[in-house]
Design a protein around this ligand. Structure first.
Ligand SMILES: NC(=O)c1ccc[n+]([C@@H]2O[C@H](COP(=O)([O-])OP(=O)(O)OC[C@H]3O[C@@H](n4cnc5c(N)ncnc54)[C@H](OP(=O)(O)O)[C@@H]3O)[C@@H](O)[C@H]2O)c1
Length: 272
């Protein structure tokens, strides 16, 4: 039975992906740490749309977590047609004010787990000569972002990795898309204490992001930046010197060096 596997499906963009894909009649595998949220969503979607929805509780910030997801799918004999590598979190503040463990978890979740899931599910997609891999990057992938240093670096990694393997796989029937949203109204901000509306950046709904992504995947695009203002911002990075873009990031995010708190942030790594 063919399924779409979505990591980080318990809230935000991942949850909207689950709702959108289920409404189009797709079977789903939902992965995240919050078992109750996943099960509630699975019940709602299977009752509403009559699709098969499986859940798998897993903290994906451990190096061996991708194998556990893969083993679950093998055990249940689930064929993953589309892989949505969406799970992620943000940290806010100076690089050296964050616990090193938080950086490690972010790097593992955003990069290593994403790579491993791609690696593990790819052979079957190649064998079937079809498949889709949608990787959550960000507009932060296009430049350094002061006070979100590791986050921006991991998202640049995702964009670069996605572009490279897309070219490697161009004759395979497998589509690879890097999704690069700007600020999107989700729980990610509650968890970090950032108020996106206090920045000068546009803030969009997750539904817009998901529609843009599915549309871009259908058109077999390399990457997509949802929202006109975000597109302009990314394009301006091609024209302006990188040093200017760094200053612009400080202004748009209303960062004042003198006001940056160096206290420990809320710990978004706790299992909810
Ligand atoms: N919101 C934005 O402005 C924005 C912009 C650009 C890119 N993005 C990217 O979009 C993706 C989704 O973020 P979102 O905005 O939708 O945030 P969100 O509402 O906080 O959702 C994040 C999802 O990731 C899961 N997750 C977090 N840590 C996890 C872990 N260690 N193991 C397994 N699952 C984990 C969460 O589930 P549990 O807590 O239940 O584990 C949740 O389902 C992220 O990759 C983010 O970087 C977001």
């Amino acid at each position: 039975m063919e399924h779409i596997l979505i990591t980080g499906a318990s809230s935000g963009i991942g949850k909207v992906f689950a709702e959108e894909y289920a409404s189009r009649g797709n079977n789903l595998i939902l992965v995240a740490r919050s078992r109750e949220k996943l099960d509630a969503l699975a019940n709602t979607l299977s009752n509403t749309y009559g699709v098969d929805v499986r859940t798998f509780q897993q903290d994906l910030s451990f190096p061996d977590s991708a194998e556990k997801v893969f083993d679950f799918c093998k055990r249940e004999q689930l064929v993953v047609r589309t892989l949505v590598n969406n799970a992620g979190f943000a940290l806010d503040g100076a690089f050296d004010a964050q616990p090193l463990e938080s950086h490690e978890k972010m790097i593992t979740l955003h990069t290593l787990t994403l790579i491993k899931l791609t690696y593990l599910f790819l052979p079957e997609m190649k064998h079937r000569n079809q498949g889709e891999i949608l990787n959550l990057s960000s507009i932060t992938a296009f430049q350094g972002i002061p006070y979100n240093a590791v986050y921006a670096a991991t998202k640049a990694f995702v964009l670069s990795f996605s572009e490279s393997i897309r070219e490697e796989l161009k004759d395979s029937g497998i589509r690879i898309l890097a999704l690069c949203p700007g600020l999107t109204e989700t729980d990610i901000f509650d968890k970090t204490g950032i108020d996106p509306h206090k920045t000068l950046m546009p803030v969009g709904p997750p539904e817009q992001v998901v529609k843009a992504a599915i549309n871009a995947l259908q058109k077999n695009k390399l990457y997509t930046v949802p929202g006109f203002a975000n597109k302009i911002l990314v394009q301006s990075g091609r024209l302006l010197p990188r040093s200017v873009m760094l200053k612009l990031a400080m202004v748009l995010n209303r960062r004042k060096k003198s006001k940056i708190k160096h206290s420990q942030p809320n710990d978004p790594l706790q299992t909810p």
